[in-house]
Design a binder for this molecule. Structure first.
Ligand code: CAA
Ligand code: FAD
Length: 389
């Protein structure tokens, strides 16, 4: 009977992976998280630890030198890194975001050339869709790519690009035919070393401060036409199809941040004494902890379910509700992370409001998960369109 039930809970191997990543994150990433937040420096030590343990881009298929981990394993890696340091979790998450366009639509030549250095830990990838005037309405982008012989010449500026400046490679969406709207957008791989590529200053942010967010400025950047990802005019579809897989990784980041805050709050309320007893003895505190854990587990189940669907889609199965479920888990997990981290600050009282304790950082870090890879209003646009079409 059990064989007829397609299980979507993690296997023993997934749980072993979780323990491995948690041990690594506790030992090598968590100790630097407060300093990364304070200095807003890129978490190089975390990056190096992830690379040494082959955890920086686990999703890269074995055919391109990667670990070939499935989407659920990738979620678990991101979740466990985010539990320690949200900024560091954007290393595996954005390495996936930048490369899914190639995995979905790229030529064999592009995959071989660009995925192998990432798998070896010699390069990172970023994803450049947004512009200053084209965020939620991503199809209104202005960055142009004009064909010139065997090349394309790119001009424009992509805004808010995570890990910009650190990444060697960028999947850039640009307009190849302004008359065609979304169908006139194409995707390209741009290298940091391409002449004409530069970066804006680091944005000064509320959270995820160790993850650099910068403009990618393209001035007469000439690249061979072979660097186009998929056919001309398919870049916007590839960009959105990518998000169907990677909104799940933002859900994973949100789960990890929330778990970190919940774990810390549980430890604290058992130690902190008021009225002659641990504050954990008060039912008002107990009910908050119960609600936090309940919401987190609900969001986790939806996210893991979405990850399984993502993996099946990557293996070639048609999953009609992938767009809905990836939006749903990102929206739910990020809203839950905001609630849980806010409650964690509450449970630490005045101490929670200070930088001497990690939960205020987690609350600031959680906020971005409601905004990027599409704001949670846009997730509701995506979900309702799927339901009403
Ligand atoms: N997969 C494949 N194709 C899709 C698709 C999907 N999930 N969703 C839509 N499409 C297709 C449509 O079918 C349509 O093609 P046809 O005309 O041939 O049917 C085309 O793409 C355009 O779709 P829409 O008409 O629905 O496009 P729209 O302009 O109305 O925009 C939107 C839709 C949902 C609002 C979209 O613009 C969106 O998701 N906006 C949010 C942007 C976003 O998420 N940015 C994330 C940036 S990355 C980031 O933030 C990084 C980070 O976190 C670290
Ligand atoms: P706007 O689109 O201007 O939205 C403003 C408000 O209006 C929001 O509340 C929004 O929800 C609401 N709104 C807009 N349209 C609608 C609608 N139709 N219905 C209801 N409400 C609506 N982008 C990348 O391409 N690559 C990256 O690596 C990347 N990393 C990022 C990292 C950070 C730290 C940040 C802050 C952003 C990043 N982004 C990245 C961009 C991110 O995806 C956008 O900020 C996001 O999609 C929202 O766009 P916007 O900021 O222009 O907001």
């Amino acid at each position: 009977m059990s064989a007829d039930f397609p299980a979507y809970s993690p296997s023993e191997e997934h749980e072993l992976l979780r323990r491995t990543v948690r041990d690594l994150a506790d030992a090598k990433i968590a100790p630097g998280a407060a300093e990364v937040d304070e200095t807003a420096d890129f978490p190089q030590e975390a990056h190096d630890a992830l690379v040494q343990n082959d955890l920086h881009a686990v999703h890269i298929p074995e055919a391109y030198g990667g670990a070939g981990a499935d989407a659920l394993a990738t979620v678990i890696v991101i979740e466990e890194v985010a539990r320690a340091c949200a900024s560091s979790s954007l290393i595996p998450a954005v390495n996936k975001l930048g490369t899914v366009p190639l995995l979905l639509s790229g030529s064999e030549e592009l995959k071989k050339r660009y995925l192998a250095p990432l798998a070896r830990g010699e390069a990172m990838f970023s994803y450049a869709l947004s512009e200053a005037e084209a965020g939620s309405d991503a199809a209104s982008m202005r960055t142009r790519a004009v064909r010139d012989g065997d090349d394309y010449v790119l001009n424009g500026a992509k805004m808010w690009i995570t890990n910009a400046g650190v990444s060697e490679y960028y999947t850039v969406m640009a307009v190849t035919d302004p008359e065609q709207g979304a169908k006139g957008i194409s995707a390209f791989v741009v290298e940091k070393s391409d002449p004409g590529v530069s970066f804006g200053p680091k944005e000064r942010k509320l959270g995820i401060k160790g993850s650099p967010t910068r403009q990618v400025i393209l001035e007469d950047v000439r690249i061979p036409a072979s660097r186009m990802v998929g056919a001309e005019g398919t870049g916007f579809k590839t960009a959105l199809a990518t998000l169907d897989h990677t909104r799940i990784t933002i859900a994973a980041q949100a789960l990890g941040i929330a778990q970190g805050a919940l774990d810390y709050a549980i430890g604290y309320v058992k130690e902190r004494r008021q009225f002659g007893r641990p504050v954990a003895d008060f039912q008002g505190v107990q009910f908050m902890i119960a609600d936090m854990a309940m919401k987190l587990e609900g969001a986790r189940q939806l996210t893991y379910h979405a990850a399984i669907k993502s993996e099946r889609a990557m293996l070639g199965e048609r999953i009609p509700d992938l767009t809905f479920i990836s939006s749903a888990c990102k929206c739910l997990a990020s809203d839950v992370a905001m609630e849980i981290t806010t409650d964690a600050v509450q449970l630490l009282g005045g101490y929670g409001y200070t930088r001497d304790f990690p939960v205020e950082r987690m609350m600031r870090d959680a906020k971005i998960t409601q905004i990027y890879e599409g704001t949670n209003q846009i997730q509701r646009v995506v979900m309702s369109r799927q339901l009403l079409k």
